[in-house]
Unconditional design. Sequence first.
Length: 248
Amino acid sequence: MVPVSLYDEVTVEETSAGISVEADDPSVPGGAGNSCYRAAALYREWAGGPGGVRVRIRKVIPTEAGLGGGSSDAAATLKGMIALTGKSPPSGVILSLAADVGADVPFFTLGRPALVEGFGEVLTPVEWKVPFFALIVKPPLGLSTREGYERLGREAAPPPVQEDPPSFREWEDLVSAVGNDFESVWEEARPDLRRTKGELLAAGAEAAGLSGSGSALFGLFRDEGDAHRAKRSLGNGTGRRLFVARNI
């Protein structure tokens, strides 16, 4: 997993009592169903305060996209709580709190490329020397992660044989690693995903694929100008949202 420059803005403020979550996107749930709420509650339980918290979210990352928007917001909430209170848990405790919120949250507390194993709680930083620009395309409809895993229909696999973590020193290391089992899962139900992947490749992406459990797809470019030209060619009023992001 690799962090990119597409981000939401999360503000954490102390209040007199309770936990509230406000977002400028009506599709984002409030209350205990929100990952930021859970992150604030778990941190407050560990720290013994503050008395109340308000979390405000300005959304840019699309929901139901497989881009880790909710998870990154939850990690940002944990970091905001630390800044607000001045109480920083040991790294192991932070990872434990993050894992209790959701599978991808520990990765976003790390803030660098990592091999992610288990259900998301086993993180191994990887060497990354390959700059890239990604054209991210979010179709009008989202995909359910739960349904994706149900369609995948696999039992949990045994842990892999321990090997040295991968490293990404050359462009080919990156291109050859692109692949996603969820693409075949949605092939019949969502043929538009394959078409969009084909559009990305035709527009000059050197590799393309589904992000996470979808529905966003990405194409990889070495040059930022090429990524923006591809964005213009694909942005043809189909209701899709397009973003150019770089690795960070």
